[in-house]
Design a protein around this ligand. Structure first.
Ligand SMILES: Nc1ncnc2c1ncn2[C@@H]1O[C@H](COP(=O)(O)OP(=O)(O)OP(=O)(O)O)[C@@H](O)[C@H]1O
Length: 247
């Protein structure tokens, strides 16, 4: 089943067209990398799927329902610098705050909320740090808190915005394994990343985007150097193409 369907999406920010006629489908169980150069509109696409940016036109459906009704089925891991790490809150409460959309601002969290937050924390291996103020965490620990916060909502679609930036290799591998496992549990995972070779190896599918979708498919279907040149504007003979195995 298609977990996320985007059709004919156009987004204008200020006066500037940022996304043009974007079509994208992510199936339940799919781990898709969303790849494109700086300014390609990747974050804007994720934020539009979340309902944080209003599109000029186009439709977004989650599990075949209009986004408005099912927004809580979409979990979001923002870029790390977007979270207020100086806020005086501990790890457990930061993860619990991921339930807000489900709890609602006016209701106190209940047993189910604490359970979901605890399970999410365990999933990222952070139970032992539940009482630690978030401001005292390392970059890798912060990233894991953000993932747990998104998982606390028990989403069917998980949007990840550059989750590997600034992380060491073991933490990147731990998170990659987790995202792969989540997709095997039938979640649709859509991840932006600048780690192109990593995405080639770990994502089940890739979408190359630069304002509009240049190509989408399994990594082995995207071995045409021309597609990568069009998406990134990189020169013929660039070592990147060789590293990607598409030269
Ligand atoms: N609030 C805004 N108002 C006007 N333009 C914006 C706004 N936010 C983003 N943009 C522009 O939209 C374009 C797409 O930005 P976006 O952050 O979505 O790209 P990205 O692919 O995520 O880039 P990066 O890889 O650098 O994170 C950029 O040209 C950016 O300057």
């Amino acid at each position: 089943m298609s977990a996320l369907t985007v059709r004919g999406l156009n987004v204008v920010l200020g006066e500037r067209p940022v996304l043009r006629e974007v079509d994208l489908t992510v199936a339940a169980g799919e781990f898709m990398g969303l790849i494109g150069p700086n300014g390609a509109g990747k974050t804007t696409l994720l934020r539009t799927v979340l309902g944080l940016v209003r599109p000029a036109s186009g439709t977004i459906r989650v599990e075949d329902e209009p986004l408005g009704r099912v927004r809580r089925r979409v979990g979001y891991v923002p870029q790390r610098h977007e979270f207020a790490w100086d806020f005086p809150i501990n790890v457990a409460d930061a993860v619990l705050s991921g339930r807000v959309r489900r709890v609602g601002w006016l209701r106190r969290p209940g047993v189910a909320d604490y359970r979901a937050a605890g399970a999410a924390l365990a999933r990222v291996g952070m139970t032992g740090l539940a009482d630690r103020p978030v401001g005292q965490l390392s970059g890798g620990q912060r990233q894991r808190v953000l993932v747990a916060r998104a998982l606390a909502l028990r989403p069917s679609v998980l949007l990840l915005d550059e989750p590997f930036t600034g992380l060491d290799v073991p933490t990147q591998e731990l998170l990659t394994d987790l995202f792969t496992e989540l997709s095997r549990e039938n979640k649709a995972v859509l991840m932006t990343t600048h780690d192109l070779t990593g995405a080639m190896h770990t994502c089940g599918s890739l979408t190359l985007v630069n304002q509009t979708v240049i190509a989408t498919g399994a990594p082995e279907e995207l071995r045409d150097a021309e597609l990568w040149r069009r998406a990134f504007g990189i020169r013929r003979g660039s070592p990147l193409l060789a590293a990607l195995g598409v030269a």
